[in-house]
Every structure is written in C-alpha cells, then in structure tokens.
Design a protein. Structure first.
Length: 134
C-alpha cells in the first residue's frame, strides 16, 4: 500500500452456525464452509486474496479498495450464504460476523501474522462487546 500510495483493506469473515454443538461432528460443517470459501474466492478480483485463518473464518485482502467500498464487499460476500441454502441446509440459520480495516497509502501494513492477529482481536472485541451490551 505504502509503496504505490493506494488503499488496501482487510476483511475477516467468521461463519457462526447456531445449531452447531460442541459434541457435533465438525466435518458436517466443513463441507459447507469449503463451498462458501470457494464462492468467496470466485467473487473477489484476481488482485485480491482470501485465506482460511480459523475453523470457519476467512481473511480477505482487497487491493486498491478504499474503506468506502468495503461494506459493499462485505454485503456481497455475506449474501453468498443465502445462495448456498438450497445445497446446504446448514446455511439456513448461519450468521456471518465481520470486521475490517483499511490501510491508506502512507500507513504501514502489518505482516500477515500481525494482520491475522489484529483482525481476530478486533472480531473478539466487537462481538464480545455487543454480547455484553444486549
């Protein structure tokens, strides 16, 4: 980002399956998550990157994507779950949690691990605070 003076945004998406119990076989949810991940990859530009960073969590790095556009991208990637309902009933009640951060041209972009840690911590803070305030 800094080298060329352009924006880079990072979005972390976490799928929460409310019907998933600790005793459940995680493989039942792995297949739907992989289908979702494949659709995410097909719905981002070639210059963008998506990687799995947790059990049902994806980090998407959007090159040349200013913060004003990030929420549109999140809406589009969240809507993918609706398209998958006919194939995977697990998506009927799924919740997609998201956080994002944009690094403008002059800002230092953290290393990959720092970015993952930063986004994971932001996700925890955002949704822990919401849970406490309800």
């Amino acid at each position: 980002a800094g080298r060329y003076g352009r924006s880079v945004s990072a979005v972390m998406l976490r799928l929460v399956f409310p019907q998933l119990l600790p005793s459940d076989d995680m493989d039942k949810y792995t297949r739907p998550f992989r289908a979702y991940s494949a659709r995410v990859i097909n719905n981002i530009r070639q210059s963008d990157t998506a990687i799995q960073t947790g059990e049902f969590q994806i980090l998407v790095v959007l090159s040349e994507c200013p913060y004003q556009m990030v929420e549109n991208v999140i809406e589009r990637l969240t809507a993918i779950t609706n398209a998958l309902v006919p194939t995977f009933e697990e998506f009927m009640h799924v919740t997609v949690l998201s956080v994002y951060e944009t690094f403008e041209g002059g800002n230092n972009v953290p290393s990959a691990q720092e970015l993952i840690d930063r986004m994971t911590n932001a996700m925890t803070r955002k949704y822990s605070a919401n849970a406490l305030s309800e």
